[in-house]
Design a protein around this ligand. Sequence first.
Ligand code: ASP
Length: 430
Amino acid sequence: MTKDKKKKISMTTRIFIGLIGGIITGIILHYFVPAGQIRDDIIIEGAFYMVGSGFMRLLQMLVVPLVFFSLSTGALSMGDTASLGKIGVKTVLFYLFTTASAVAIALGLSLIIKPGMGMDLSTVAQADVSIADAPSAKDTLLDIIPTNPIAALAEGNMLQIILFALLVGVICASMPEKLATISRLLNEGNDLMMKMTTMVMKVAPFGVFALVARTFSQLGFETFGPMLKYMGAVIGGLGLHVVFTYIPLLVIFTRLNPFKFFKKILPVITFAFSSASSGATIPITLASMDDAGVPRKVSAFTIPLGATINMDGTAIMQGCAVIFMSYAYQIPLEFSDFLTVILTATLASVGTAAIPGVGLVTLSMVLVSVGLPVEGIAMIMGIDRILDMARTAVNVTGDAVVTLIAAKTEGLLDIDQYNSTEKAEVSEEF
Ligand code: ASP
């Protein structure tokens, strides 16, 4: 046990060191190392690219089988559809509520900071901006049902995988004797994927270092100047959302110590920040929920679902961007427009894919809803990567908060594990 404890603390710390080391290395490379083949082709686009992308690919490799097996075995061990349904409804309501609250905070703060005020837009070059069509509610709902589950798995369509895996698990639970072999296969598949996750996590500090060092070595901070107010609004909004939405919800609904919560999810925040992808972060989020005492039967459902539909950080960026554009283009918005933005940004968060940069694409849907020009997106594109990293960290934090609330309020949280610093022995659960 002591060995386990030592190992876990050092892993979290090492991932964090990878992050800080990567930021410092990237900045040094950008400002102090002259451009040239060694810096650009060998270090940044060679070594950092290979290690960073290799690590991302390893995580992406885990996501689909991990979600499928964890979720089907989770449903299998839970067995009854009534409690699954209860957790499902509760989780979706919390996800929607936190996102709507995120947009409201972003709008309020931006109206105070007034990003974009006094900007001269005539100097901004027009760029090609892709416009996301708002998917109709009917189609979005229908799209949860896979017409071909194998294609859903192959394409990594998360909501379809969730539905199919739940059905497989529930049916196996209802026919334990007839489906004993398949049930065993699912459990073994789950053990296999958990072991693979542990192996991949061993290289996480290097992956995080390389990803962040590459991003920061490419970032020119000079471009931040005129955008500082906008960036301040987004980052301030993210911080306020954590303080005024997540922490109170956690304390009110779970009575858990929020400091412990952040300690447990530090690797998740670090990796989401480094990769700017909530989807690729799923294996790490699941592992840290194990450590927080959430049984896989809950987290295997709520985490992939949250990574797919709950993007509070993205919604905050979109709220701030709306106010930014409204000042920059001098198109005043009315109160009813703010309500429209809360609604469309919440829907856009559901429709945003859990990969880097997509929040900027679905922003067009929000802008169009209140008559703002989508060309404005070109102005914030240049500095979006750094905000993408920050908002993705908030996106995954929201998933973790709601997961803990769902587990605790259903009486399924292992409080001793939450309070302990020791690593969860998850594989014993199944
Ligand atoms: N990168 C974000 C995520 O994966 C989505 C976005 O806002 O672009 O959560």
